[in-house]
Design a protein. Structure first.
Length: 300
């Protein structure tokens, strides 16, 4: 082969390598960033706030969707495979994701946030409410654990992640102080909700949650239980029955009509609506909206 042909062949080989190299990078991940896959909005928010410019976060639950109902696409499964860190809630909260992670096998960087937080008083681990992020201080525990997971996956960014997690945890401590102050003088301490998503919030701020249905918003209350809840509403002079924006309010509205209470929205912040996402509302803002709803509904 002549010298010219050898040089030309070398240039072609180098060019081919340049073309093929990006194929090794997971889709939509900028150079120098690590891919983080989060199960739904508050976990994606924690990963993005802590990870900042060093991460690319993929939220597996689209805006306006119920996390419980999400089915994973082939692209989602590829993202789970490529992710350096996966943040999720185990225990059947998202069955499709549980199955996918079981097929993925045991790997580092998979964080089940329910296992990172303290339990409610007297609560058994097997019967836990997964909505831990509705307690700002437990959400701060999640944030700090996400920071450690990112640091393990990306050691050069350790100080960056740890400092950002600590900063966000301080903001969450301030949010907790707002809730404590705002909910300290409520006349009604019974919290009647469409489903049992608010146990952590209730325990932190001195409420007793009475749920019309169970942990899943799709679970239907039986007539006897519904009658028991109606008696509780009347006996304890509950003025507000709470429903969720992403779930049909019909049962909560019917109970409110029957008992002379009002129906109002209380957000479990499992995902953002399309409007909330467009407006750029974040976890802190959504929690403050819940605080105002509770102050009005509980007579604070």
């Amino acid at each position: 082969m002549s010298g010219f042909r050898r040089v030309w062949a070398l240039l072609l080989a180098v060019g081919s390598m340049a073309v093929l190299a990006p194929a090794c990078v997971p889709p939509r991940v900028a150079a120098g960033r690590i891919l983080v896959t989060a199960a739904f909005y508050p976990l994606a928010e924690a990963a993005q706030v802590v990870g900042g410019r060093r991460v690319e976060v993929v939220d597996l639950t689209p805006s306006g969707a119920e996390p419980h109902d999400v089915e994973l696409t082939a692209r989602d499964l590829r993202r789970l495979e490529d992710a350096r860190v996966v943040v999720y809630v185990g225990g059947g909260f998202q069955p499709a994701l549980d199955r996918a992670l079981a097929n993925r096998g045991k790997r580092s960087g998979v964080l089940d946030v329910v296992r990172t937080v303290s339990t409610l008083p007297g609560e058994k681990r097997t019967a836990r409410d997964p909505h831990v992020w509705l307690d700002p201080l437990r959400y701060a525990q999640i944030v700090e654990r996400v920071g450690r997971s990112l640091a393990e996956a990306d050691p050069p960014g350790r100080d960056y992640y740890v400092n950002r997690a600590a900063s966000y945890a301080r903001e969450l401590a301030g949010l907790d102080a707002e809730f404590r102050s705002g909910l300290s003088g409520c006349r009604v301490r019974t919290l009647v909700t469409a489903h049992g998503a608010f146990a952590y919030l209730a325990a932190r701020y001195g409420f007793r949650q009475v749920a019309i249905s169970g942990i899943s918003p799709e679970s239907e209350p039986n007539p006897r239980h519904l009658a028991d809840v109606a008696r509780t509403v009347r006996r304890e002079k509950v003025t507000t029955v709470y429903f969720e924006s992403l779930v049909s309010p019909k049962v909560a509205e019917a109970l409110a009509r029957e008992t002379g209470a009002r129906a109002a929205a209380l957000n479990p912040i499992e995902s953002r609506t399309a409007a909330e996402a467009r407006q750029g509302k974040d976890y802190m803002e959504l929690m403050r909206e819940d605080l105002e709803a509770l102050r009005e509904g509980q007579g604070c």
